[in-house]
Design a protein. Structure first.
Length: 429
């Protein structure tokens, strides 16, 4: 099989969450364990950091990888989903896994894959772990796909676990309350292994504390140790200062991820690095922390986080896709100067659509569209629901058509925002 045929095999033969939703989510780790056993347990051959959370886990993972790279460590990075190229999921020092490696892995494991019948995600995780072990990375940052406890990545023994935050998302699989969802995320807390929680929330903190006590895992809440102040946005950089109490720890720290919400992820990253410095052999110095955080996109290839696609009119996309994620997007929109607002919006069927629509601004022209996958919500259904919240606009047959029409309709000083789903952003980019 060539590369395209290999991808077609992975996409068509295996249950894929992005395509079919909950039916692709496996309720235990059996398949991942079988696959990795057959590969001589590659997950035990490299050091790792495990990152979970409802929002921000992708940005946090990329930031950690960028700093570790800047420090000179050979750094693996596993994330999901991809935006444009399957190989974005598996990187070493920012460079995607080669097509040759993907082809060879699937060819060598095809019989096992057909026998075990794993999900697309389970195979991808096994491929990533095998790749990192063979390339002998110094450290790998592993982002959880969904939840934590039952996620395929949860067979690693990390140096530290990280949980960015908790909000309502994937409630059909993870639970209907913040406490239930926190219970699933807390499943990545390992025995005697430090855990960093990004944001303190009254519903989730007791769940994390209880699990940490059970596992004898030292726990720290980043936002109780560090605070971010003096925000500025200039020259496509977010700048801020980080304090511990009244002591300044990082003055004028700059990030190329310009979403105002990134300050929460930065605090999580800084506290994680502090824990690694204090308790493990993975050390980072201040100079490389500054460098890594300022060059995340360049070092790791991260896209889709409050990303400017073009100017005149200003076109920005963001992968925020649940209530908490969209709330942060709205804050960014409110801090961006514009004359008129145009919103290209599409969602998938299994999200809590009403909570998201309730947050969206009414004083905008909407361009409703459906992302090109089975889980995509039909544009007319989305428009009908949106009308109930006073959101007015037209429907379009594709993201590309909606984007073209919005840019054509917008004036030079207008803002065009594209979002609602990672898959809408992927098509827009």
């Amino acid at each position: 099989m060539n590369y395209q045929q290999t991808l077609d095999f992975l996409y068509s033969k295996l249950p894929m969450f992005t395509r079919v939703g909950a039916s692709a989510f496996k309720k235990d780790l059996t398949n991942t364990i079988i696959l990795c056993n057959a590969l001589n347990n590659p997950q035990d051959k490299f050091k790792s950091i495990h990152v979970a959370g409802t929002n921000g886990k992708g940005s946090t993972s990329h930031m950690l990888a960028s700093v570790l790279q800047a420090q000179g460590y050979k750094t693996g990075l596993y994330t999901s989903p991809h935006l444009k190229d399957f190989r974005e999921r598996i990187r070493i020092n920012g460079k995607m896994i080669s097509k040759t490696e993907v082809i060879a892995f699937v060819k060598n494991q095809k019989q096992l894959i057909e026998k075990v019948e794993p999900s697309f995600f389970e195979v991808t995780v096994a491929l990533a772990f095998d790749c990192f072990a063979r390339h002998q990375v110094d450290i790998a940052v592993i982002e959880v796909g969904l939840g934590g406890r039952l996620d395929s990545t949860n067979i690693i023994s990390p140096l530290t676990s990280v949980i960015t935050n908790i909000s309502l998302d994937h409630t059909n699989m993870l639970g209907n309350t913040l406490a239930e969802i926190a219970g699933e995320k807390a499943g990545i807390i390992k025995k005697d292994t430090p855990v960093v929680i990004g944001e303190t929330h009254e519903a989730s903190a007791p769940v994390f504390n209880k699990k940490a006590t059970e596992m004898n895992a030292p726990i720290v809440f980043a936002d109780q140790v560090l605070t971010a102040r003096d925000f500025k946005l200039a020259n496509n950089k977010l700048s801020l200062s980080v304090y511990q109490g009244e002591e300044i720890k990082y003055k004028n720290l700059q990030s190329d991820l310009t979403g105002v919400y990134q300050h929460k992820n930065i605090l999580t990253v800084l506290e994680t690095l502090a824990i690694l410095n204090a308790q493990t052999e993975i050390k980072t110095d201040v100079q490389n922390i500054y460098k890594g955080i300022s060059q995340v996109k360049k070092q790791t290839g991260l896209q889709g986080r409050w990303q400017t696609l073009s100017k005149n009119p200003l076109v920005i996309c963001d992968t925020g896709h649940n209530e908490a994620g969209i709330a942060e997007v709205i804050k960014n929109i409110s801090q961006t100067p514009y004359q008129n607002l145009h919103i290209i919006f599409g969602m998938v069927k299994d999200k809590d659509i009403s909570k998201v629509l309730a947050l969206l601004p009414k004083n905008a022209s909407y361009y409703f569209c459906k992302p090109d996958l089975e889980r995509g919500l039909a544009a007319n259904e989305l428009a009908d629901q949106a009308a109930g919240f006073g959101l007015k606009g037209n429907t379009y047959s594709s993201v590309a058509e909606a984007k073209a029409m919005a840019i054509q309709s917008a004036g030079a000083k207008d803002l065009v925002y594209i979002g609602g789903s990672t898959f809408v952003v992927a098509e827009a980019i």
